[in-house]
Design a protein around this ligand. Structure first.
Ligand code: HEC
Length: 276
């Protein structure tokens, strides 16, 4: 009995420590809006149309400043992702330029990308990136939905809520992009824009999205909200391209263990039937 009490106390401690609210330095942080993404929950899958739209937003807007170094063009055609066709992937890759092989003089010139290439960075190096962004560095977006949390209340970041709603990273990205506001009257901070979702509230990224900035092939209206969600979903997929596979296998493993447990129970009953 004592051991059980101790175990429970330890579990309680872990839960409390693990759920301490995240407080940002230098300003209040607004909780990301709770968005019902299709990929949440134990059976959630990505919406192919949404991923394709999200790719378009990344390509036409964000790629001017942000790299996605962990992603290859061929990933865009793999199962569980936007699932562009092979020809589409080739065509999409060719719209990006990457450094080619050195020629006989050792000079490197750019060539169109192929599906095996990684998404290139828009800047030659960090210094060039900072120089174009008033000193701020646009982070690589490959894993951004994993490295940012959207839930800041203790009950929101408990492991059980996380199982259903995730860490809120995609919600954070979507809320950030659609959440720019006029600063509270009289306040101004150089080149920074006011965004209550950003820790500290002043961000070096000017509002990147405006109404009808891209034209979606499927006819969806490109509102700022819609584009923010689509590109956030695309980033959630990029951070975990094998999510659907992981969930499918996880579910099968649980079924398998369930059947195995039942068999073991029946075997145990049979063996011990006459031995009281
Ligand atoms: C003109 C350049 C530019 C464009 C275009 C741009 N960004 Fe940014 N972005 C930045 C800079 C600079 C920062 C760093 C801001 C800071 O640290 O204050 C940033 C930061 C971010 C962050 C990180 C915020 C954080 O919590 O640290 C995310 C997420 C982001 N951008 C997403 C996007 C998405 C998605 C798009 C396309 C819709 C986009 N950005 C378009 C320049 C840009």
């Amino acid at each position: 009995m004592k051991t059980i009490t101790k175990l429970l106390a330890a579990a309680g401690l872990v839960l409390t420590l693990g759920t301490a609210p995240v407080m940002a330095a230098g300003g209040s942080v607004k909780l990301a809006n709770d968005i019902d993404f299709s990929f949440e929950g134990i059976f959630g899958t990505f919406d192919r149309g949404q991923l394709q739209r999200g790719y378009l937003v990344y390509k036409e807007v964000c790629a001017a400043c942000h790299s996605m170094r962990q992603l290859s063009f061929r990933n865009l055609g793999e199962p569980g992702g936007p699932e562009f066709s092979e020809d589409e992937v080739k065509a999409l890759a060719a719209t990006f330029e990457v450094p080619g092989e050195p020629d006989s003089d050792g000079e490197i010139s750019d060539r169109p990308a192929i599906p095996a290439d990684k998404f290139p960075s828009p800047f030659a190096n960090e210094q060039a990136a900072r120089a174009s962004n008033s000193g701020a560095l646009p982070p690589d977006l490959s894993l951004v939905t994993k490295s940012r949390e959207g839930w800041h209340y203790p009950w929101y970041s408990s492991p059980f809520i996380k199982l259903v709603k995730g860490n809120g990273g995609p919600e954070y990205v979507a809320s950030l992009l659609a959440g720019y506001q006029d600063p509270p009257s009289g306040e101004e901070q150089g080149n920074l824009s006011y965004n209550p979702y950003f820790p500290g509230n002043w961000i070096a990224m000017a509002p990147p999205l405006s109404e009808d900035q891209v034209e979606y092939a499927d006819g969806t209206k490109a509102t700022v909200d819609q584009m923010s969600r689509d590109v956030a979903a695309f980033m959630a997929w990029a951070a975990e391209p094998k999510m659907e596979q992981r969930k499918r296998i996880g579910f099968m493993v649980i079924i398998y263990l369930g059947v195995l447990a039942l068999l073991m129970y029946l075997v145990k009953n049979k063996i011990w039937r006459d031995q009281h």
